[in-house]
Design a protein around this ligand. Sequence first.
Ligand code: TXA
Ligand code: MG
Length: 353
Amino acid sequence: MSYKQTIVWNVDNIEKERSLDPGIKEAALWIKRGEVVAFPTETVYGLGADATNDEAVEKIFKAKGRPGDNPLIVHIANQEQLKDLASSVPPLARKLAEHFWPGPLTLILPKKQEVSNKVTASLDTVAVRMPNHDVARALIKEAGVPVAAPSANQSGRPSPTKAEHVKHDLFGKVAGIVDGGPSGFGLESTVVDFSKETAWILRPGGITKEQLEEVLGKDRIGFENGADQLDNNAEMVSPKAPGMKYRHYAPDSPLILLRETKAIKRRMETEQKAGKKVAVLAVEEHRSDLEPAADIFIALGSCVKLEGVAAHLYDNLRQADQSDADIILCETFSLEGVGLAIMNRLEKASAEG
Ligand code: TXA
Ligand code: MG
């Protein structure tokens, strides 16, 4: 399906009464009609369609070029809508929902039979989240249906954190884009699986492991760091989150992660000697050390403010990718707090990770 024109609704300047905004109303109408529309959330932009309409859901996969065996997150506007999706909600999952919704947390729950196999890729679970973004919730409420939405990027590209990124990837491929300004957190939601005995983090994100432990207790939630490194291992037949087996968030030029500025400098020299143009991604604190020799330097924010690094990470990766660099060298971060999600995304984007 292609569209001569993709409608862009600018709702960025509307402070109050967002549900009454004509742009949101129109976008909701397109969703009701079975079309796909991109919208802002507090994590990244999503590409939404009526989760109860198989043809509409199909259009999401087509527009993104997403493999059909990678299930979608269903977005809801209030707790009430959860009843139509999950056949049961374990007490610990309910506790997290009460604590962190609306917010950047996705719960994997046993699905109700009525939930479409197109949405869940025929799994017996469904991923649900209530976004903490006025525009997103107003849109879902106005559409009157749960909204299936992956990140609104072309499959394999960094997730979009600005309407401009969505336009770049999907203009002409989707009915419309609700432009609500930059998304907040900048990386995707934390995905927690409640379909097994132990609650398990499948993807670190907007809610940190430490925050989850604070609510559930330290030994009540599992995470295997680097587990999804097995993505590229052909022998791994059954990855935990289906999306993990695909290379994600990948810029076109190879991205190499290096821990120390010394190592970055050394690699830069080697690459430049071989005639390569090098882009360096590093924190402000390392600018004076690395910028002079770099062909392109992109500051990732400050190492003492990882929220800022997360918020701009995808935009910075896109910028590095659009530059004429042949190779991108990027420094690494600690795995604490937000660092865990940052490193998870960088490792997935990395050629050598
Ligand atoms: O922040 C976010 O979560 C954003 C915004 C738009 O809400 N959405 C997002 O969706 O990141 P997507 O499709 O890009 O990532 C969803 C991830 C994929 O890795 C997918 O495989 C996994 O969640 N997933 C979805 N349903 C699942 C299920 N039933 N069981 C296990 N993993 C599931
Ligand atoms: Mg995605």
